[in-house]
Design a protein around this ligand. Structure first.
Ligand SMILES: O=P(O)(O)OC[C@H]1O[C@H](OP(=O)(O)OP(=O)(O)O)[C@H](O)[C@@H]1O
Ligand SMILES: Nc1ncnc2[nH]cnc12
Length: 170
C-alpha cells in the first residue's frame, strides 16, 4: 500500500509557509489505518518493549493501536494541565509555536523499556521532550516510531541517537 496517497497536504496551515500533513484522510479509511499500524508494528517487531508512550493528541491515535497490536500498555503524554495525578513536565518549541508536556509520575517504572509513537516527526521538539520525561522516570527509550517524517527538518538529529522508524517521508 502506498500510504502517502492517503495523506492530504494542506498549504499554509496553521501558519503561512507550513505544509500541514493531514492524517485524518488515512484514519477514516479502515483498511489503510489498520495496514499502517501493522506496518509500524512489523518495523519494530524485533524489539523488546514494555510500554508505548504517545504524545497528545495525534500520538494517541497511532500509539494506542500500536500498543494493543504489540500487547503492551499505553502511556499518554499530555499537554500540561490535563493529567489528574502527580506529574513531571517540560516545555518545548514546535514547527509552529510553543507547548508544555506532562506525564504521570507513576506511569513508568525504572528500567521499563518504552517505545515512543507519534503521527509525525518535524523539528523533534515534541519527542525530545517526551524522551526527557521518560528518562526522568527511569524509563529506557528503545526507539521512536512515526507514521510520517519530515526529512527537510532536523528532527532525527535532535533525538540523540534513538533508533527512529518512519513509514512515510517528505
Ligand atoms: O517534531 P515537532 O516539531 O515537535 O512536531 C511534531 C508534533 O506536532 C504535532 O502535534 P501538535 O503539538 O500540533 O499537537 P496535536 O497532536 O494535538 O495536533 C504532531 O502530532 C507531533 O506530535
Ligand atoms: N507540517 C506538519 N504537518 C502536520 N503536523 C505537524 N506537526 C508539526 N509540523 C507539522
Amino acid at each position: 500500500m502506498n500510504f502517502k496517497d492517503y495523506i492530504r497536504v494542506i498549504p499554509d496551515y496553521p501558519q503561512p509557509g507550513i505544509r500541514f500533513k493531514d492524517i485524518t484522510t488515512l484514519l477514516k479509511d479502515g483498511a489503510a489505518y489498520r495496514a499502517a499500524i501493522e506496518a509500524m508494528h512489523k518495523a519494530i517487531a524485533h524489539k523488546e518493549i514494555d510500554l508505548v508512550a504517545g504524545p497528545e493528541a495525534r500520538g494517541f491515535v497511532i500509539g494506542a493501536p500500536l500498543a494493543i497490536s504489540l500487547g503492551v500498555g499505553f502511556v499518554p503524554v499530555r499537554k500540561s494541565g490535563k493529567l489528574p495525578g502527580e506529574t513531571v513536565e517540560a516545555s518545548y518549541d514546535l514547527e509552529y509555536g510553543k507547548d508544555r508536556l506532562a506525564i504521570h509520575a507513576d506511569s513508568i517504572k525504572p528500567g521499563q523499556r518504552v517505545l515512543i509513537a507519534d503521527d509525525l516527526l518535524a523539528t523533534g521538539g515534541t519527542i525530545a521532550t517526551t524522551i526527557d520525561l521518560i528518562r526522568q522516570l527511569g524509563g529506557e527509550v528503545v526507539g521512536a516510531s512515526f507514521l510520517i517524517e519530515l526529512s527537510y527538518l532536523p528532527g532525527r538529529e535532535k533525538l540523540g541517537g534513538i533508533e527512529v522508524q518512519s513509514l512515510i517521508t517528505y
